[in-house]
Write a protein that binds this ligand. Structure first.
Ligand code: HSE
Length: 327
């Protein structure tokens, strides 16, 4: 299995580390044949050492020795089977990530992505393209990071009717709101969240509810078979949540959490009052979701919504699923 890693930030590096850590898992050779970030690229059809890639990135800020031109040129310069597209999210246009994903699917190759831009803007188009070309498109890590939700609903809960999903899908906002529960001002809580490495490259994506909206769209299209994009979501972020509102909620035994909700008719992101002790009142960077189904009833899941190794765990499971399918 020959892999290209597009994007070598937190998640790209985490995935390289996981490939190294889990090298014993694979019963066929798994090689990184190219990796690139916004500044540089490196290719080797014989396979690149994942640890050396991570070390070079840490030491020099660049993953490779070659100055980056276009990602498409790098993709065209190597033979590969799977693109791991983990470049930063661009929700306005889908950015380079969308081009990489489309290009790869069009060639009949497989894609694993946690990049929310392409999925929130062009999910159904990409899915149709993948079907037409016989490619596999997997994206477990795009919603909830390490918390299994996409494949849980589409594979483990196969046959069930999923009626609704409500959840916390943004670790940065949840961290900020739970720090505000303890009296910390918004700005300071945001700074702490950024230091943890959870926030998006542009943190307004987090606090304005845009990141959660992307995830709600991905769930709507992939689990509810809807045909919606980012523009269809009713979004309110957390910038208007004041310390006074949080104190008032606390007086009534409540917390305020940024909740994403999706069903056949609902597509919404908004701060909501949640009773303390309720499964959606979790604190810190955790993600959590309540999935209502017709047969199984309510299923509650919770897990790390971001992080280098945590998100890479979702990519690893997608990679192993692709390897099984292609065998
Ligand atoms: N910025 C996101 C979060 C990262 O805070 O949850 C994971 O998508």
């Amino acid at each position: 299995m020959r892999i290209v890693i597009a994007g070598f930030g937190t998640v790209g590096q985490g995935f390289a580390e996981v490939l190294h850590l889990k090298s014993d898992l694979f019963d066929e050779p798994v090689k990184i044949v190219a990796a690139f970030d916004s500044k540089s690229y490196v290719t080797d059809s014989g396979g690149l050492d994942p640890v050396a890639l991570v070390n070079r990135k840490k030491e020099t800020g660049a993953v490779g020795p070659n100055r980056m031109g276009s990602g498409i040129d790098v993709l065209d310069s190597v033979d590969y089977d799977v693109l791991v597209e983990v470049s930063p999210t661009d929700i306005r246009t889908g950015g380079e990530g969308l081009r990489h994903v489309e290009h790869t699917l069009r060639k009949g190759k497989d894609v694993i992505t946690v990049n929310k831009g392409p999925l929130a803007l062009k999910f159904n188009k990409l899915n149709r393209l993948a079907k037409k070309k016989g490619s596999i498109l997997r994206f477990e890590g795009s919603v909830g990071g390490a918390m299994p939700i996409i494949n849980l609903c589409s594979e483990n809960l196969r046959g069930e009717q999923v009626r609704s999903i409500r959840g916390i899908f943004n670790g940065t906002c949840n961290f900020i709101l739970s720090r505000m529960d303890t009296g910390l001002p918004f700005e300071q809580a945001l700074k702490e969240a950024q230091q943890l490495g959870y926030a998006e490259t542009d943190p307004t994506y987090d606090i304005e509810g845009i990141d959660t909206a992307c995830k709600v769209v991905i769930l709507a299209n992939s689990i509810f078979n809807r045909d919606v994009t980012f523009a269809d979501v009713s979004i309110t972020g957390i910038t208007s949540v004041s310390s006074e509102a949080i104190a008032l909620a606390a007086d009534q035994g409540m917390v305020i959490r940024l909740i994403g909700e999706v069903s056949d008719t609902v597509l919404e992101v908004s701060p909501r009052l949640v009773p303390k002790g309720h499964p959606l009142s979790v604190s810190g960077t955790l993600n959590t979701a309540r999935i209502q189904t017709d047969l199984a009833g309510t299923i509650t899941i919770s897990g790390k919504g971001a992080g280098r190794i945590e998100t890479a765990s979702a990519i690893l499971s997608d990679l192993m699923a692709i390897m099984d399918s292609r065998r």
